[in-house]
Write a protein that binds this ligand. Structure first.
Ligand code: UD1
Ligand code: MG
Length: 481
């Protein structure tokens, strides 16, 4: 008999599944004015990371329980296709689940995740669902065995496979403190078994909250099967309750991203010092030196070198590009074999074409630099369009702003701009023209012409010697005194 395609089977089998993300809490322990799930780790907000991880599960829907800063949280997750329900006020994780009930519609099972544990991987969730289904369980808990379980709920095992209860840190007895299997707060529930159990949960704790964790003991007492599945990598369950937790979770995400790039053929030196956002890509044999940051949607071609201290945000690089040390590049395009820096600053909107060179202390903004053109030293090019094989001398400045408006500068092919020239925009320097060093150019320069605009030099023979004699005559009486 023909097997259905794997993807199809997966879609079919999860039509009864809903995802619930509990994200209503403030996150008091972070000491922040920003809701916990809006803090970032690995280049995205915590809640966005979790929604994206759940996406491939192809559930019938994703419900996010929001409360603290509900509008801001909704704004982040609604574009990702999740729906929100409001929990106001927040009476605990069990209460949050009750608030989500109506939005779950006809779902039969739910994967429930806290909004603050974003390292869980899709494969781990798939295995959790599979274990839940095959074990015919009322609840299946994702757990982890850790060296330091403090702060987490502990798992009380009934047998090798089953669980009798989860005990929160505040309610642990002396010997339970030794248990090092912790609750990740990620579960798979059979909903018709969860709701009656939750109805029996009482807010018997210092915070007077309804704990979802207490539903486990109730289910167990009612003779339901509660299973636990240990996460393959205990880091997957790290929750972000403090700034230190956030830093640790960010560190793990960054490490995974670097490893993925290294697996794809990118060399990263001193990897711990390199920070790369999730959407960044780089081609084979590209070398990334220590202390580099690759941010946003930066795309780097093959055989590029990004040298130490450079920060690239939303940059698009062709192949064989060299970014020398300490460059800052934002929203700009560098074509094949371009070399920039050291110490170049590319503000948004530039296109530097193949074989062009941008040197030290050169700033570009909304400018196009043609093939093979060089601007090597101490230059500002703003709103400029420069053709092929031109040379922009040291200290050239496009004066693109008169205090009210910005104006363009057009420089043609094979133009030579002498050092320390000010090009007062709007102005055009046509193909093949020369600008004499030190000029302040206010009028267009025709093709193959010379633009010179500076005071004429006057040499005064003997002037310096005479001056020195005069000064010596003044100093003599003083020496006598
Ligand atoms: C929770 C678990 C604990 C587990 C740990 C793992 C409970 C009672 N405890 O503790 O067993 O080891 O996670 O990280 O569940 N939330 C709401 N509404 C509320 C309260 C919380 O939506 O009324 C959300 C929070 O925004 C958060 C999540 O639920 O995203 C978990 O809450 P949190 O306060 O972080 O619980 P923990 O103390 O970490
Ligand atoms: Mg937590």
């Amino acid at each position: 008999m023909l097997e259905p395609p794997a993807e199809w089977a997966e879609t079919m089998s999860n039509h009864d599944l809903a995802i619930v993300i509990l994200a209503a809490g403030k996150g008091t322990r972070l000491k922040s004015s920003l809701a916990k799930v809006l803090h970032r780790a690995g280049g995205r907000t915590l809640v966005e990371q979790i929604v994206r991880t759940c996406d491939p599960l192809k559930a019938r829907g994703t419900v996010v329980v929001v409360g603290y800063q509900a509008e801001q949280v909704s704004a982040v997750i609604e574009p990702l296709g999740a729906v929100t329900v409001l929990q106001q006020p927040q009476h605990g994780t069990g209460h949050a689940m009750q608030v989500a009930k109506r939005a779950l519609g006809r779902a039969k099972i739910a994967v429930v995740l806290p909004g603050d544990a974003p390292l869980v991987r899709t494969e781990t969730l798939k295995a959790l669902i599979a274990a839940h289904r095959s074990g015919n369980a009322a609840a299946t808990i994702l757990t982890a065995v850790v060296a330091d379980p403090s702060g987490y709920g502990r798992i009380l095992r009934k047998s090798e496979a089953t669980v009798s209860a989860i005990v929160e840190e505040s309610q642990l007895t002396g010997e339970q403190k030794e248990i090092n299997e912790i609750n990740s707060a990620i579960y798979c529930f059979t909903l018709e078994k969860l709701w009656p159990a939750l109805a029996h949960v009482k807010p018997h704790n210092v915070h007077r909250e309804l704990y979802l964790t207490d539903a486990i003991a109730v289910m167990n007492a009612r003779g339901e099967t509660v299973l636990a599945q240990v996460a393959p990598d205990s880091r997957e369950v790290l929750g972000c309750n403090s700034r230190a937790d956030l830093a640790e979770v960010d560190r793990v995400f960054r490490e995974w991203k670097r490893n993925a790039l290294m697996d794809a053929g990118v060399t990263i030196q001193l990897p711990e010092s390199v920070l790369i956002d999730p959407d960044v890509n780089a081609g084979e044999d590209t070398i990334i030196e220590p202390g580099v940051q690759l941010l946003g949607k930066t795309k780097i071609g093959a055989r590029c070198t990004i040298r130490t201290g450079s920060v690239l945000t939303d940059a698009i690089l062709g192949d064989d590009v060299t970014v020398e040390p300490h460059c800052v590049v934002a929203q700009s395009r560098l074509d094949d074999r371009v070399i920039i820096g050291p110490f170049a600053r590319l503000r948004p909107g530039n296109h530097v074409k193949a074989d062009a060179r941008i040197g030290n202390f050169v700033e570009l903004k909304k400018s196009t630099v043609g093939e093979g053109t060089k601007a090597m030293h101490l230059t500002y090019l703003g709103d400029a369009k420069i053709g092929r094989k031109s040379n922009i001398g040291a200290g050239t400045i496009t004066c693109n702003y008169d205090g009210f408006h910005k104006y363009p500068t057009a420089i043609g092919n094979k133009v030579f701009i002498g050092s320390d020239s000010a090009l007062v925009a709007p102005v055009r320097i046509a193909d093949g023209a020369y600008i004499a060093a030190g000029s302040t150019i206010t009028e267009n320069v025709p093709a193959d012409g010379l633009g010179i605009a500076r005071g004429r030099q006057v040499n005064k023979p003997g002037w310096a010697a005479k001056k020195r004699r005069e000064l010596a005559a003044w100093e003599l009486p003083a020496a006598v005194r």
